[in-house]
Design a protein. Structure first.
Length: 152
């Protein structure tokens, strides 16, 4: 009688485990639609939104939205005034691969951080004024043939 109780208990546990596996597999659908592409949460537009005039969804994002999406979600939106721009530039360079940022998103994020910290662009549209003047006039002392002729 005792062995029949153990067998019944083992059998009921196995049936319960099989039932849980079947129910668990039934309720975890695998999303293979086009909207499920990419690890980033807002990389692809929602099908409920109207079509945007931009060719790519990345083009419609601003640097602030990218900072909120990729930096704010994991790091609880650190205050930008806490650290200088050089720290954020270094962090953005290292987190680019881990956060799966595209080139456009990375450029927009850095442009937004530059604007927020009032850092000028690395290549300004206008050339800065020259600090030294270079004159295009020839210097005869530097020419080997003319310098010897004048000394005589």
């Amino acid at each position: 009688m005792r062995s029949l109780g153990n067998e019944g208990l083992v059998g009921s546990v196995l049936v319960l485990a099989a039932l849980l596996v079947v129910v668990g597999c039934y309720h975890t659908p695998i999303d293979t639609s086009e909207e499920a592409q990419g690890p980033a949460p807002r990389r692809m537009p929602s099908p409920a939104q109207p079509a945007e005039p931009c060719a790519c969804y990345e083009d419609s994002l601003t640097g602030g939205q990218i900072f909120t999406m990729y930096c704010g979600y994991c790091h609880n939106a650190p205050s930008l005034a806490e650290r200088p721009f050089a720290n954020y530039q270094n962090v953005a360079a290292h987190m680019r691969v881990r956060a799966n940022l595209t080139g456009k998103e990375y450029a927009k994020l850095l442009a937004w951080l530059r604007r927020w910290h009032d850092v000028p662009t690395p290549h300004p549209p206008e050339e800065p004024s020259p600090k030294r003047f270079f004159f295009a006039q020839p210097i005869p002392e530097l020419r080997p043939g003319e310098a010897e002729g004048r000394r005589q």
